[in-house]
Design a protein around this ligand. Structure first.
Ligand code: AFP
Length: 323
C-alpha cells in the first residue's frame, strides 16, 4: 500500500481533498456542505425533544407539505453555502427559483441540492438524506455528465457522507460525533455487478409501462431478488451502491414524468452510480444525457447494477419513444 493510500485511511474530508490536490475553492464549498449536514444531523437527533417534528402548514413548489425539518435543513444549507465565495448559484428542492449571487464577485460553482430527501420518514424516526450536485455555474441546465462532483449524506444509525468525483471515484466518510468530523471509511467504492434486492413502490404497478411491469415481475420471481424500500431514496440507493441491486421510481399514472427531480436527485445519483460502475436510465435514455428544461424537472429513474439494468434496458430500448 502506498504512503498516500495509508494516509487516506485516517483523513477527514478536508484532509482527503487536500491530499487529492483538489482546488481550494472546491474544498471550501465541500466544507460548507458538510458543515450544514452536521448541523442537520444534530437537529434530527433532538427534533423530537424540541417540538421540531411535524409540518409547517405550508406547501412547497413541488406541491408537498413542508415539514419543519425540511424548512430548517433548507435554511441551514442556504445560510452556510452563502458563506462560500466559490458558489454563485444555488438550486434547492425547497425554493421555487434558483438563487443567483454573481453580483457578489463569487466563484463559478453552482450547488443543487435536496436538503431533506425522504421527508415522509421524519415523523417516524426513519432514515432520511440530503443530496447535492456540484456544477459549473454555467452548467445548471446542462446534461448531468457535466457535473463536477455529487454526493449525499445519509442520516441513519450513523451519519455517512458519500462523495463522488470522476478523478477520485466514490468514497464514503462516516461522522465521528466525538470530534465532529467525517472520517474516511471506505473507497473507492465499486457497485457490485448484480445484487439481491430491488426497491420500488409496488402500489404504483397499475400505472407502470408493460416493460417496467415485466421487469419487476422478473425481479420478484425468477431473479430471486428481495424487496427493500424505505421511502427515502438516499437510504435505498446507499444499499444498492454498497451491495448492488436496483432502485426504480418509473413513470406511472400519478407521475407521468416520474416523481423524482432530475437536477438534485436523479442526476447526482446517476453520476455516483456511473463512477462506481453502475448505470441509470429514465426508461428511455441515460439519465446523464438528459438536457433539463427547468430546475424542478421530474424524471423516471431506474438506477443500479449493470446486470439488472442490462436486463431492463433492451426492452425499454425496443420501445424508445421518438423525441
Ligand atoms: P419525500 O421527500 O416527499 O418523502 O419523497 C421521497 C422520495 O422523493 C424518495 O426519497 C422516495 O424513494 C420516494 O419519494 C417515495 O415516494 P412514494 O412515497 O411515492 O413511494
Amino acid at each position: 500500500m502506498t504512503d498516500a493510500a495509508q494516509r487516506v485511511e485516517e483523513t477527514t474530508i478536508p484532509e482527503y481533498l487536500a491530499l487529492k490536490g483538489e482546488p481550494v475553492e472546491f474544498r471550501a464549498l465541500v466544507r460548507q456542505v458538510t458543515y450544514a449536514a452536521k448541523r442537520v444531523a444534530a437537529e434530527l437527533r433532538t427534533a423530537g425533544l424540541e417540538g421540531m417534528l411535524g409540518a409547517t402548514g405550508e406547501t412547497n413548489v413541488q406541491g408537498e407539505h413542508v415539514q419543519r425539518l425540511d424548512d430548517y435543513a433548507n435554511r441551514t444549507f442556504v445560510n452556510n453555502l452563502l458563506r462560500s465565495p466559490a458558489i454563485s448559484d444555488l438550486v434547492s428542492e425547497e425554493m421555487p427559483e434558483g438563487l443567483h449571487l454573481a453580483h457578489q464577485d463569487r466563484g463559478g460553482y453552482a450547488l443543487l441540492f435536496d436538503p431533506i430527501d425522504g421527508s415522509s420518514n421524519l415523523n417516524v424516526d426513519m432514515a432520511v438524506g440530503s443530496i447535492f450536485s456540484v456544477r459549473h455555474a454555467s452548467d445548471v441546465l446542462a446534461a448531468g455528465h457535466t457535473q463536477i462532483a455529487a454526493g449525499y449524506v445519509l442520516y441513519g444509525p450513523a451519519c455517512v457522507c458519500v462523495l463522488a468525483m470522476p478523478q477520485n471515484g466514490v468514497n464514503v466518510f462516516t461522522l465521528d460525533p466525538s470530534i465532529g468530523e467525517f472520517m474516511f471509511t471506505r473507497g473507492p467504492v465499486r457497485m457490485p455487478e448484480r445484487g439481491t434486492t430491488y426497491g420500488c413502490n409496488e402500489a404504483n404497478e397499475p400505472g407502470w409501462s408493460p416493460e417496467v411491469r415485466e421487469f419487476v415481475h422478473w425481479l420478484r420471481g425468477p431473479s430471486g431478488h428481495s424487496t427493500r424500500y424505505s421511502g427515502a431514496l438516499v437510504g435505498d440507493f446507499h444499499r444498492i451502491l454498497m451491495e448492488g441491486g436496483v432502485y426504480l421510481y418509473p413513470a406511472d399514472a400519478r407521475h407521468p414524468q416520474g416523481k423524482l427531480r432530475l437536477l438534485y436527485e436523479g442526476a447526482p445519483l446517476a453520476f455516483i452510480a456511473k463512477i462506481a460502475g453502475g448505470r441509470a436510465t429514465s426508461e428511455s435514455e441515460d439519465i446523464l444525457d438528459i438536457l433539463p428544461s427547468q430546475i424542478h424537472q421530474r424524471v423516471p429513474l431506474v438506477v443500479g447494477s449493470n446486470e439488472e439494468l442490462e436486463r431492463f434496458l433492451p426492452s425499454s430500448r425496443r420501445n424508445h419513444r421518438a423525441h
